[in-house]
Design a protein around this ligand. Structure first.
Ligand code: PMP
Length: 409
């Protein structure tokens, strides 16, 4: 079992008072806080090893390159990819998914189809809309059951032999729904389509095995798993990555450059044009080390425990609606809710006055929010991570009750 009180001590940012109250940080689906080990990795890199990677022969360049590539190996092991050739460093999930949608443009034809779900984050929706518009392909949506789960009958009807790409989030950043991406991948593959998984909300919270999942592409962000912003990952199967052209061109990714044409270097560098986020990658490696010492399965179990503790207390609040699965085991540590008679922005502002940080808005998922019939087109959202405690849950519930009292709703 996780000792969240002890873990909190590794996170300097959590030790502060906000609006005269100890900070309760419940906006982890947006971004997570950073442990000292990650902050030290950044500092150490810039203080002792800072150099450009891959080209230099001097000692600092060799150290920076070794640490950068060691971070790639940590990522590979963390998601159980076969080879570091399959691990591309990007700016984050958004860039990773944009790259896949750019790969798609290299092969999509008019009349081809792309299947995504209505619960996708805009970053797994807009790039596909753009790819469809550019190629004449059609974008189709899978809708949800009343419970906020993917309607698998609809999914089976939508995926056909015309489908070339299926791209689905493993965990919804709004509803928390955990989607059966392995099973969806099997259906996609039966129809000859590629399976793309948005792992932004799953990778920080549950064990990921891309081999077992058999995803063709898998995307995630460092900052949602204790790492810095500006670093993320695109996993792609080696044999597939070899068939696609790079998205960006320039230094680092070439083999030979002639006046009239160029050739590309090998994977994974073929896709990593320009100086990468070296410090970010190394610090992501430190974040993975930190997560591994705690154990990803323990993290998942901890969040399930918090959900089981707080959801009944939230449901007991008069006028509070929780969106998404009723069965907590089908939900990650994300709870979207509304209080009747109050705009979620007012709820979030009132909670902030109690030191409780939650998010309010459309959570970059407007088509989903439109389907939820929230009246105001927004929800408030509390989301957990390893340093959250039952005391944080109690504080959330107390602050919501105070908010109701204050606004008299
Ligand atoms: N997909 C999901 C499900 C997300 O929750 C997010 C971040 N909110 C993203 C994609 C985009 O991640 P980033 O902003 O780090 O690129």
């Amino acid at each position: 079992m996780i000792d969240a009180e002890k873990i909190r001590q590794d996170f300097p940012v959590l030790e502060q008072i906000v609006n005269d109250e100890p900070l309760v940080y419940l906006d982890n689906a947006a971004t997570t806080q950073k442990p000292k080990a990650v902050l030290e990795a950044l500092q150490h890199y810039y203080e002792t090893d800072n150099a450009n990677v891959h080209r230099g022969v001097h000692t600092l360049a060799e150290r920076a390159t070794a640490d950068f590539e060691a971070a790639r190996e940590k990522v590979r092991a963390f998601i159980n990819a076969k080879s570091t050739k399959e691990i591309l460093f990007t700016r984050g999930t958004t860039t990773s998914l944009n790259w896949v949608a750019q790969f798609a443009r290299q092969i999509l034809q008019p009349n081809d189809e792309i299947v995504i779900s209505i619960m996708e984050h805009h970053s797994n929706l807009v790039p596909w809309q753009q790819a469809a518009q550019a190629t004449g392909a059609t974008l189709k949506f899978v809708y949800l059951t009343e419970n906020g789960e993917l309607d698998m009958n609809d999914l089976r009807a939508k995926i056909t032999d015309k489908t070339k790409f299926v791209s689905i989030t493993q965990v919804s950043n709004v509803l928390g729904t955990i989607n059966p991406v392995k099973e969806i991948g099997q259906i996609a593959h039966e129809h000859g389509a590629y399976m793309v998984v948005d792992g932004a909300q799953s990778t920080p919270h549950m064990a990921i095995d891309v081999e077992d999942m058999n995803a063709d592409f898998f995307a995630f962000s460092g900052h949602k798993m204790l790492g810095p912003t500006g670093i993320g990952v695109l996993y792609g199967k080696e044999e597939l990555l070899n068939t696609f052209e790079p998205i960006e061109f320039g230094g680092e990714m070439i083999d030979f450059v002639y006046e009239d044409h160029s050739t590309w270097t090998e994977l994974p560098w073929k896709f990593e044009a320009g100086t990468p986020n070296i410090a970010g990658a190394i610090a992501l490696g430190a974040a993975i080390d930190y997560i591994n010492t705690i154990g990803i399965s323990e993290i998942h179990a901890h969040e399930q425990e918090l959900l089981n503790y707080v959801v009944p207390k939230l449901r007991a609040i008069d006028g509070l609606t929780i969106y998404g699965p009723t069965d907590n085991s089908k939900r990650g540590g994300v709870i979207s809710f509304n209080l009747a008679g109050l705009h979620p922005h007012d709820v979030a502002t009132a909670l902030d006055m109690e030191g409780v940080a939650v998010r309010a808005g459309h959570h970059c998922a407007q088509p989903l929010i439109n389907k939820l019939n929230t009246e105001v087109g927004a929800t408030a959202r509390a989301s957990f991570y390893i340093y959250n405690t039952k005391a944080d849950c109690d504080k959330l519930v107390d602050a919501l009750l105070k908010t109701k009292e204050f606004f008299n709703v």
